[in-house]
Design a protein around this ligand. Structure first.
Ligand SMILES: *[C@@H]1O[C@H](CO)[C@@H](O)[C@H](O)[C@H]1NC(C)=O
Length: 217
């Protein structure tokens, strides 16, 4: 599909989801869209390559309709994405409140959850944590998160910074990648998780990981 064709296709999806459509039809449309989401995702990625000049082929009504649909979809998908670590045991441990501008990679080994906060490229931690790679939650710690950040279940904060010096080298997503981009590419996601497992192993925390996840703020 050509780029304008893709945009018109996306636009018609936006029209389909307008409130004018009956609930029942909408449910059917959404169910069939579950299968469509694979190609929609690829087409959206293509659409992100469009130049401003190409995008200007859309009129302001279409532009606003697209923005409205994309924002609605972004919010719903992000909410879903945030549940990525919900299956981690022990379940008595509170869900990590993921910081923005980064993410958290977690692994459960022998009933202990280890979570390493990470910052996106171009962001840095507000506390020095070079020797503090990860935080821990377990029954032995009364199912509370260790944290150097006074925020309960928030393990870290990432703020905009031209230098990345507060954390260990592996606490940053590689240049040109942020958490979500990394998570969207299977082998990159695996690489980040495996790196963390290696780091745990280096501290004699080994054993078969029962659960691993990456969640982006
Ligand atoms: C914008 O484009 C759509 C689809 O081509 C058309 O239906 C609509 O009338 C246009 N709106 C304006 C304000 O030009």
């Amino acid at each position: 599909m050509s780029i304008p064709g893709t945009l018109i296709y996306l636009f018609s999806l936006a029209v389909l989801s307008s409130s004018a459509v009956q609930d029942e039809t909408l449910a059917a449309v959404c169910t069939s869209h579950i299968q469509l989401f694979g190609s929609l995702s690829a087409q959206l990625q293509e659409a992100t390559q469009c130049t401003e000049a190409q995008l200007s082929q859309l009129n302001m009504t279409q532009t606003a309709a697209m923005l409205h649909s994309l924002r609605t979809l972004t919010n719903a998908l992000h909410k879903h994405q945030l549940t990525a670590c919900q299956g981690a045991e022990p379940s008595a441990c509170p869900q990590v409140e993921v910081h923005t501008n980064g993410g958290v990679v977690c692994a459960t080994i022998k009933d202990v959850i280890y979570c390493k906060p990470m910052c996106n490229n171009g962001y840095d931690f507000n506390f020095l944590r070079r020797r503090r790679l990860y935080e821990v939650c377990s029954g032995a710690k009364n199912h509370k998160w260790t944290t150097s950040y006074i925020g309960g279940n928030k393990l870290a904060v990432c703020h905009e910074s031209s230098v990345q010096i507060s954390g260990a080298e592996t606490s940053y997503f590689p240049e040109g990648l942020d958490c979500m981009k990394t998570k969207s590419i299977g082998n990159l996601r695996e690489m980040i998780i495996n790196k963390f497992l290696d780091e745990l192993k280096a501290e004699s925390i080994d054993g078969e990981p029962e659960y691993t996840c990456l969640v982006c703020g």
